[in-house]
Design a binder for this molecule. Sequence first.
Ligand code: C2E
Ligand code: MG
Ligand code: MG
Ligand code: MG
Length: 285
Amino acid sequence: LNKQATWKKYLPLQTEVQEFQSEINIIEDILRHALNDGELQQFYVQYQPIVDINSGKIIGAESLLRWHSPQLGLVSPSELIPLAESTGLIIPIGEWVLQTVCKQIKIWRDAGFTSLPVAVNLSSRQFTQIDFNQKVLGFLNANNLPPSCLELELTESMIMQDVNSAIATMNELQSFGVKIAIDDFGTGYSSLMYLKKLPIHTLKIDRYFIQNIGYDHQKSAITKALIQMGHNLNLNVVAEGVETEAELAYLRQHNCDAMQGFLFSRPLGVPEFEKLLFADKHRFK
Ligand code: C2E
Ligand code: MG
Ligand code: MG
Ligand code: MG
């Protein structure tokens, strides 16, 4: 009787775990199917403009993966990426993103937009692949692209997992001419000691710090310090997730270089992004 009671105590938890596990398995199967069936049209890339903080001119874009599954609907990257990481499916998905973005850069270059670097988010498993750099070079060469038109976004934690090998990979990418950005800066383990050793071009201040700056004194102080530190290290500083005029005003006042966020534009499909791009071209000619 006692044993039964003990078992009973764990039963609801056990069931929850099992249900969660099978849910994951089902979603994993759907994801695998989406890839294996060559149904890659379920995946597409949106582009969010990155703009100069003072002129508002579009100076680049960040590519963001979207998965529209017939069964699940639109799956957020924050759910998709961890699942793709844990199953290894991030490798083919990540390659698809890189290839798709390189083809798109080529199209924009041919249309006259020759200085519009596009950023691609990387995941840990992708970045630590032995032949990752060669793959990047392959996609660039296949589209006749100068490596400087591609910026790869890494997070602090991806770098800190194995600092020495990350630095080696980054150094090689830099020697090719590929740019590197630290994404979500400020949310990971502070790696200030390493920051000056890293071959990076851009520091992207995480949205958390940007939200409500100008009003929130702590966030304002941190953002101001991050911008200064970035500039002392000769980095291009980008503010992520700018949503209000007040946030923009604070960033301008403290000489942040660039921003992206809903205030200027949400991530857009190619036709909508091009509309902004062409309007911009006329505005600044
Ligand atoms: P991230 O790289 O930090 O990308 C910025 C995220 O903030 C995007 O979310 C973007 O839509 C959102 N965002 C931009 N401006 C604003 C704003 O003003 N307000 C708010 N609330 N949000 C804003 P998204 O597209 O859902 O992507 C989430 C994360 O998923 C990305 O964060 C990135 O870490 C990851 N991710 C997206 N695409 C890829 C990909 O192709 N590969 C990998 N490995 N990860 C990706
Ligand atoms: Mg990013
Ligand atoms: Mg970010
Ligand atoms: Mg991120």
